[in-house]
Design a protein. Sequence first.
Length: 399
Amino acid sequence: MTTLTPDMLVSGIRQSQRDEPDSGILSAVNHGFGRKGLIPLWTGEGPLQTPEFICQAASKAMFDGETFYTWQRGLPQLRAALAAYHEKFWPGPFSAERFFVTGGGMQAIQVALQLLADKGEEIVIPSPAWPNFPGPMRMMGVKPAFVPMLYNDRKWSLDLDRMRDSIGPKTRAICLISPSNPIGWVASREDLIAIRDMAREAGVWILADEVYSRFYYGPDTAGVARSPSFMDVCDPDERVIYINTFSKNWAMTGWRIGWLQAPEALGPAIERIIQYNTSGTAAFMQKGALAALENGEDFVEMQIEMARACRAKVAGALGQLNNVSFENAQGAFYSFFRIDGLIDSLGATLRIIDEANVGLAPGGTFGPGGEGFLRMCYLRDPDSLDEALVRLTAWLRQA
Ligand SMILES: Cc1ncc(COP(=O)(O)O)c(C=O)c1O
């Protein structure tokens, strides 16, 4: 028998998997992970461990024997708590039947994509966008139809006419990440209404990622500090699927637990996808998530305040540099800044790791419009953020 070379093995897998480029975020992490003294601002997470009461609830459930297969859609108790959590911040009413527990926001995205689009079809998405939307689309043979965001006078905006023009016969959905990763841009209520109307007119779905909705620094929305939402302007039973996660609000990125909100009618279809993908999320982890929803509000508010203070520090430090431009955006916890003359953001990211010992993400990995920028996750403890900014501004001054 002939020995198969690595190239021969790889050439035998699906072309869409072979062709997909690596995420530049991972390329940066793989280059610098574990370096002594490196300050990691490359992925979207803060410095705090999951609060103890959440860990205790999960570990108690595990020791109490919640170690068996469980509900595919999620524990009824957790789904009811998700409905109650939504009632506090968005216009309801919300029934538990609308909520589905997933393996992180990432699996909620996978479920939504599997629900909505087939090979050869398209999903409209403004760009720059977090690569974990267009990446899995391409891997499924679905084309991300990018709508380049406009960056003028240090401000990002969405060209609604261009978005409308990008909807065609193959379009199945419009995907909107707001607040945006990576640019922090937040869709206004008017933007959301316009997109809703486009979707209604074309008979396509809206895929709404509102993972960062609580990290919002703009004006209050109806007295509640959270970003404008499709929930403000859409009917509960129209074609909208919401992606969300426990990762950010409650510092649970390593848990891999999130949720999806969809019209009740999709329940059996979503249950089937979960069954055939992961067969559900560990029951004991769901008990941790339940504790987060029931007792975690103080922690969320503390993290939002921390993000707000970090945002001000970053704006102050980068704002002093003549060769750097950025919008002090209203949402999420990223600074997406452009460096004059930069044409290779991955190369710059690797050099900043080597020369300044700070980990960032390359703008080019976020798709059209992202090259020339770098992304910094600024949710950090104040001392290490200060130190990162000293190192980074020194590097940028000589860039
Ligand atoms: C916009 C956006 N959506 C979804 C997610 C998924 O979150 P997770 O899979 O970590 O729960 C992230 C994580 O960074 C994100 O930035």
